[in-house]
Design a protein around this ligand. Structure first.
Ligand code: NAD
Ligand code: UD1
Length: 338
């Protein structure tokens, strides 16, 4: 299939382009590089020996996006492009609503105009309401988002649901990611946060390499096995493969489906620190500080629906997540900019 990937040079986008090419699909990528480097896709090309037509442009630029559709026979779209920093979304809500909603609206409009009606959307476990029992199932309660970023995902899901309902030719898959970590085993592509990392794994690896003094563990008094927060960490290559499985499903179905992409296993912050130290023989200085506002004690997926309907399961264990993160970090201590 010929797949248009928006946000293709980002962390998850670049890993997905790689898996798509490895599975025999062709890829066209659009990214404005507001949070990524062109080098990511150069390296995907290097790893696969294949070429990715790349357009550095904003998805919200309707005319330019339309030209991309006119130039390539696109079969379906994977829509990663968006802003994703939770804290920043609280201080810059307009930027988040504008970018994440407008990019989705413009994309769907252009897709409709070109008769392309198959879409995979990057949603997040953040759309689930905080008062659900674990594990989270696709029909667990959504809403009560604690920040504008979460609301943008919630609203985009609703927009796409309505589009699929109104036009029976549309096929939409909403993938709710849990906590993507790790990197491709080559160490050539990985996560490259522009500022101080908000998420746990890049903070751990930057601390291990000496870019950060120590990791603050947000809360040691949660009702979990060791008092620290529990999450469902998933290797980014497993996540990327989930998109390939979703495309296969998309080609044979219409309507809207939602799938969790997680492992179903929860690990605490201390489990992650210990696993990282053990896997890589490094020290991660850390201390326990106050809880981070908005954090839940525990969050993990029920991945059964994805297994049953997409035939997809995560195969990389925690050790692989830690080793691959460290290979990327140690080979690229300053990310792509090095
Ligand atoms: P990322 O920032 O690495 O990738 C997003 C890409 O989109 C970047 O390359 C950025 O330059 C590009 N972009 C942003 N706005 C754009 C626009 N208007 N036009 C063109 N390009 C634009 O983030 P990621 O971790 O790869 O996440 C990809 C998607 O998955 C995002 O939608 C994110 O919200 C979602 N998601 C991520 C996580 C996570 O933990 N990484 C979890 C759940 C959901
Ligand atoms: C966060 C976002 C969520 C987003 C997800 C993936 C919040 C409240 N939620 O989720 O919307 O979908 O990232 O991008 O920000 N931790 C530390 N020290 C750190 C960093 C994190 O102890 O320096 C802890 C957190 O308290 C949490 C765990 O590590 O228990 C994972 O945190 P993080 O990687 O930020 O992911 P989430 O909080 O699950």
């Amino acid at each position: 299939m010929n797949v248009l990937v928006t946000g293709g040079s980002g962390y998850i986008g670049s890993h997905t382009c790689l898996e798509l090419l490895n599975q025999g699909h062709t890829v066209v990528a659009v990214d404005n590089l507001c949070n990524s480097s062109r080098l990511a896709l150069d390296r995907v090309e290097q790893l696969t020996g294949k070429t990715i037509p790349f357009y550095q442009q904003d998805v919200r630029d309707e005319e330019k996006l339309s030209q991309v559709f006119a130039q390539h026979p696109i079969d379906c779209v994977i829509h990663f492009a968006g802003l994703k920093a939770v804290g920043e979304s609280v201080s810059k809500p307009l930027a988040y609503y504008s970018n994440n909603l407008d990019s989705t609206l413009v994309l769907c409009k252009v897709m409709n105009a070109h008769g392309v009606k198959r879409l995979v959307f990057s949603s997040s476990a953040t759309v689930y309401s905080g008062d659900n029992a674990m594990p989270l199932q696709e029909n667990s309660k959504i809403g009560n988002c604690s920040n504008p970023y979460g609301w943008t995902k919630y609203m985009c899901e609703q927009i796409l649901r309505d589009i699929a309902k109104a036009d029976p030719e549309w096929s939409v898959i909403q993938l709710r990611y849990f906590n993507p970590v790790g990197a491709h085993e080559s160490g050539l592509i990985g996560e490259d946060p522009k500022d101080i990392p908000n998420n746990l794994m890049p903070y751990i690896s930057q601390t291990a390499i000496g870019r950060r003094e120590q990791l603050s563990i947000f809360g040691g008094d949660y009702p979990t096995h060791d008092g620290t927060g529990v999450r469902d960490y998933i290797h980014v290559v497993d996540l990327a493969r989930g998109h390939v499985s979703a495309l296969d499903y998309l080609m044979n179905h219409t309507g809207e489906e939602i799938f969790n992409l997680g492992t179903g296993h929860g690990y605490s912050v201390l489990d992650m620190v210990n696993a990282f130290q053990q896997a890589n023989h490094v020290i991660v200085p850390h201390c326990i500080t106050d809880r981070r506002p908005g954090d839940l004690p525990t969050c993990y997926a029920d991945p059964e629906k994805s297994r049953e309907m997409l035939g997809w399961t995560a195969t990389h264990d925690l050790d692989a997540m830690c080793r691959d993160t460290w290979r990327w970090q140690s080979q690229n201590p300053n990310g792509y900019e090095a």
